[in-house]
Design a protein around this ligand. Sequence first.
Ligand code: UDX
Length: 399
Amino acid sequence: MICADIDEEKVDRLCRGEVPIVEHGLERLVVEGLASGKLRFVLGAATASKDSEFHYLCVPTPQGQDGSADLSYLQAAASEIAPVLPTRSVVVNKSTVPVGSTEVVGRVLGRSDVSVVSNPEFLREGTAVADFLTPDRVVIGSSDQEAAIRVAGLYTKVRAPIMVTDPISAETIKYAANAFLASKLSFINAVANLCEAVGADINDVVLGMGYDHRIGKEFLHPGPCWGGSCFPKDTLALARIAEDAGYDFSFLREVLRVNDEQFDRTAQKVIDALGDDVKGKRVGVWGLTFKAGIDDLRQSPSLEVISRLIAAGIEVHGYDPAVKGPISEVPALNVCSDPYAAVKEAEVLVVLTEWDEFRWLDLDQVSTQMAGRAVVDARNILDGHALRRRGFSYRGAGR
Ligand code: UDX
């Protein structure tokens, strides 16, 4: 396998077996692949494609100005490889692209002797290796059955259903899956808000709901709501795709609105815990990444909440096991190198990302460091009873 990138420094590091992101199990695979000679990294897509049978496009499709996906990276990669593609080879699109993009790639390539196949990925950051090796399904979309079957042949060692469909359906599956999961999260956060209003406990509600196999237990943890490099942009892009196709997918706008409102609600809990005049008061935050186990800050709910606190005049100190400051999106945030330093002199401790290590920190040391006695635990991971025993007020999510 030959992997190409346009970033020379990244390619150099990968050639040395250094993975530039936090991704469990990936470095070991890269090191093994390099040592066995089965894996190589090169600069430029044309170098990787000139003698290959399959060409996977895995480029970013960031959010454009109007909410639609920006296809310029995809088009650039397709233009670059078009002249060097061997006859009968297959270009496989892995990037999340608007419905109809498989056809766009075909047009950019302008090669009638080369097939284009859509093969969306469903990997989660942090568990991408495991998700790839044991997927729930493999989706392949192409109008060329023979090419689709050849791509399916690459997955024979993977024990998962392989589904072959047309390219438009394959592209829709990817967006609909992400938007559905985002909707599930907006729904459960709205239920958590209801629990707070009526006095129910979201943990028990989720357990009781999750036993119903039609609902399932996954993706029902409430929090400051959802973020990351995919859900926000893909949910917005799907609403845009629907609009362009003449369907008003107003349901998705509500899903996005609930998410945004949840950031406000979480920030408001902190403001309430601080009391009347919040200006200049100090808050310590644990967790900055958009979820635990990664070093990605893109569209992080934590940074959304922190921005709102800073806008209210609050001084915020934050700690995350995978982040070293400063952070350009929130330059006023003071990034600390350990969790106890982040809560030093703080009136309120706020937990915004569910890193496991936060569960095991020394609450007595936290108590000694802090100036105030309030905890807002937006991920429900701390022991509320243990905190209350130490004189803290404790507010979780939905309980
Ligand atoms: C997502 C999809 O899960 C994956 O299938 C797709 O390929 C890419 O987008 P990812 O962005 O890595 O993966 O993150 P994910 O684990 O889905 O979490 C997204 C957001 O939802 C995070 O902010 C996370 O904290 C939040 N989340 C997730 C919850 O708040 N509660 C949950 O129960 C699950």
